[in-house]
Design a protein around this ligand. Structure first.
Ligand code: ADP
Ligand code: ZN
Length: 739
């Protein structure tokens, strides 16, 4: 990753005219100039409210020369800052980060800032509430109820009265009695109580020698400070979490903040339990399911420094950390780190950038690192810390390929008899089984047996997917949904519709027929109950409260199922069919991760991988357990083709509500591309899904040599290109994940 260009960030003169540049969270790259009120002060980084056109918006005082890039209006037309909020200014490293993300992804910096100012409620002061804390010796008469209160109040923290009464399960009069005796005292608390401080030495556990060596290296990196990236490369179940917890502990002990990114934080209740076991308190969470009030508290606590550790989804990178000292990206290979809509960014890559700008260490953890990180480690830019074996008594499963061509399962069946028998044996032995298929719904295609009619989305160039549980056919791209009819809408034939191919609901149906007595769970994001239900069911499964779990890629995400002894991959070839050069890498990672859920606490686990292409390099590597050999050959391929990480890519999607204008603009763009050595512009070509939500899409791909400044080229190109008109939209995707 190239270093940011520093000349852009000229220092603001400390005194001088009372005019400051303010970046506002709208689609603008420039900071506008505003006057500071005569009786006020608005230092760089201050979060402010300013008039913008007829509206008032939030903004942040930026650090550029006033007028340098702002509105060139006369002083008399300058408008005044309305309000300076009483929260700490945005730290310099955060401001540089906003600049950097904007430049790298060619997104207006205002749009990046919008991701920072995500909890406006946090800016308003909260009313204080009545609280209590320990003030004197215990009372002479220590009843059981009083003892419970003191137990809750052990440690330095004040509690709200309500919270204390609930946590100790006592009546309010017990608390009043203790106040009267001087054991407790009343205090006023900000209503947004910061979470308790994680205790770095609370639940430190014994690490095995590999873990201990990696943890020591990470602690040293934290102690030294300064930017560096460590790739924690440990097989599934090797105890990576316990290792990076040591780096988190060291960061907290040094009084700084730590951020742990997880791809599916909303589903990983178990992770939070482990955090509590290690640090004595829950971490602050940040993801889309966090309630607004909690979000406001977390945001404010992060800005004031009261929150020491955040565990969050990709968006938590944009929290206003006062003093961030560590970023951990767990499951760093996971595609969920790429934000695809709105401001496009990759949280793993930006986590590394954040570390560079903040000058602190970054840890990337995975059993199946991305090829990018792998090459960075090979070339010495990252340090690799290896955990080659499972922690404790767990052993990786023995993996067997089941060739679906011979013998083929019966028509309409998708589990081979060998896999079915293995599931039965496993459940009979009191162990658990997992069936994995990375496809939602019942069937990906529905057609009429009588006339051949296929159900297509009217808005997209896709088939409608049947969701039998809900009795509908639905489009996975635009959400268009129709009730599943009884007769064919084309020829009117009754009961002639047939489901083609399996989705997870169909596997669940087959499992219900094959294993009627087993306790089964089905996990897919679009089944009723959503995330909340899945979270409960994953926890229940981890505790052994079900025999078989059947689900989509949700099951591949870092879960720890101690009793899981069998994994069945229903269709290993699903991801390989695409033309995408990343398909092999992604499929390998997915299969390796999902099979890696088995055998985490004991030996003897098995995995069956159903395939029609057992000779495919991905399958061969999975069966042979030869990750490194597979990576080597993929890397050689990428190097030969100049693909990432040996070259850099950007995709352009040109879309319009008709085919012609989209194509015309795409062609005009291709013709306007500046000629430059080691830069190739490919396309336009129809996008893999040519129509989405009624918009016709064409794609251009820019491929440049690694040392070429891709962003500079794109900027030159966009400046030279004819402006898009008539509702034509051009979206730039730097480092596309599929290409
Ligand atoms: P990974 O993230 O590498 O897949 P985890 O951190 O989830 O692995 O650990 C896998 C399992 O091993 C967990 O149940 C964890 O509690 C256990 N574990 C981790 N470290 C040790 C250790 N030193 N001794 C025994 N068990 C351990
Ligand atoms: Zn659609």
């Amino acid at each position: 990753v190239p270093a940011p260009t520093s000349d852009l960030f000229a220092k603001t003169a400390p005194a001088g005219p009372r005019v400051v540049p303010v970046l506002v969270p709208v689609a603008l790259d420039v900071a506008y100039s505003y006057r500071v009120p005569l009786d006020g002060d608005a230092p760089v980084g201050s979060i402010v409210e300013v008039p913008l056109g007829p509206r008032r918006v939030l903004g942040v005082v930026w650090d550029e020369e006033p007028g340098g890039r702002g509105l060139s209006t006369g002083d008399n037309r300058l408008r005044e800052i309305v309000r300076v909020f009483d929260v700490p200014p945005l730290a310099p490293a955060m401001r540089r980060f906003v600049d950097w993300v904007g430049r790298y992804y060619l997104v207006p910096r205002g749009m990046v800032l919008r991701m920072v100012l995500r909890a406006p409620e946090a800016l308003e002061p909260e009313a204080p509430v009545r609280g209590v804390r320990r003030a004197g010796p215990p009372p002479e008469r220590l009843t059981a109820a009083r003892a419970r209160v003191l137990e809750v109040l052990a440690g330095d923290f004040a509690w709200s009265r309500g919270g204390l009464v609930a946590a100790a399960a006592v009546s309010a009069s017990v608390v009043d009695g203790l106040i009267a005796q001087g054991t407790l005292e009343e205090v006023w608390l900000p209503s947004g109580l910061p979470p308790g401080r994680p205790d770095p030495s609370y639940g430190a556990r014994d690490l095995n020698p590999d873990q201990a060596a990696a943890a020591a290296a990470l602690r040293a990196a934290v102690a030294e400070g300064g930017f560096r990236v460590d790739l924690l490369d440990g097989v599934t179940g090797s105890g990576k979490t316990e290792v990076y917890f040591e780096a988190v502990a060291a960061t907290v002990a040094a009084g700084r903040q730590a951020l742990v990114l997880l791809p599916e934080i909303a589903l990983t209740a178990e992770f939070l339990d482990r955090f509590v076991a290690r640090f004595g308190v829950k971490p602050a969470e940040w993801h889309s399911d966090v309630a607004p009030k909690t979000r406001a508290r977390v945001w404010r606590g992060v800005a004031t420094g009261d929150v020491a550790v955040v565990v969050g989804a990709r968006s938590s990178l944009f929290l206003p950390f006062a003093d961030l000292g560590l970023v951990v990206v767990d499951e760093e290979h996971d595609g969920a780190y790429k934000q695809e809509d709105g401001a496009v960014y990759h949280a793993r890559d930006m986590g590394v950038v954040r570390g560079r700008l903040g000058d602190f260490p970054v840890i990337l953890a995975s059993a199946t690192p991305s090829l990018e990180s792998w090459v960075n480690a090979e070339q010495g830019r990252y340090r690799r810390l290896s955990l080659p074996s499972r922690a404790g008594a767990g052993r990786p499963p023995a993996i067997v390929a089941l060739d679906l061509r011979r013998p083929a399962p019966e028509r309409g069946r998708f589990l081979s008899p060998i896999l079915a028998a293995a599931v039965r044996d496993t459940v009979a032995a009191g162990r658990q089984a997992l069936l994995f298929l990375n496809r939602r719904g019942y069937a990906p295609l529905t057609l009429c047996r009588s006339c051949g009619h296929r159900f297509e989305c009217p808005n997209c160039s896709t088939w409608l997917v049947e969701h039998r549980f809900r009795g509908v056919l639905t489009c996975h791209h635009c959400g268009h949904t129709v009730r599943r009819p009884d007769s064919c809408p084309e020829c009117g034939e009754l009961d002639a519709l047939v489901a083609c191919g399996p989705g997870i609901e169909r596997i669940a149906e087959e499992a219900a027929e094959l294993f009627p007595d087993a306790r089964r769970l089905v996990l897919s994001s679009d089944l009723p109950g959503g995330t909340a239900r899945m979270k409960l069911e994953l926890a229940a499964f981890a505790k052994g409260e079900a025999d078989i779990v059947i689900g989509t890629q949700i099951l591949a995400k870092g879960h720890n199922f101690p009793l899981l002894a069998l994994v069945g991959v229903v269709d290993a070839d699903l991801g390989l069919a695409q033309g995408d050069p990343r398909a092999a890498e992604k499929t390998f990672q997915l299969i390796q991760q999902v099979t890696g859920r088995a055998g985490r606490s004991e030996a003897g686990a098995r995995a069956f991988v159903q395939t029609r292409a057992p000779e495919h390099p991905v399958l061969r590597a999975i069966i042979a357990g030869d990750r490194d050999g597979f990576y080597d050959s993929e890397i050689a391929e990428r190097r030969r083709a100049g693909l990432p990480p040996f070259g850099r890519l950007a995709g352009l999607i040109v879309s319009a509500d008709a085919r012609e204008p989209a194509f015309a603009q795409a062609r005009a763009l291709a013709l306007a591309a500046p000629q430059q050595d080691e830069v190739t512009v490919l396309g336009p070509a129809e996008a893999p899904i040519a129509v989405v939500r009624g918009r016709h899409r064409f794609r251009l791909l820019v491929q440049v040599a690694r040392h070429v400044d891709l962003q500079a080229f794109l900027r030159r190109w966009m400046a030279a290109a004819p402006a898009a008109t008539g509702g034509v939209r051009v979206q730039i995707d730097v480092d596309p994940q599929s290409f």
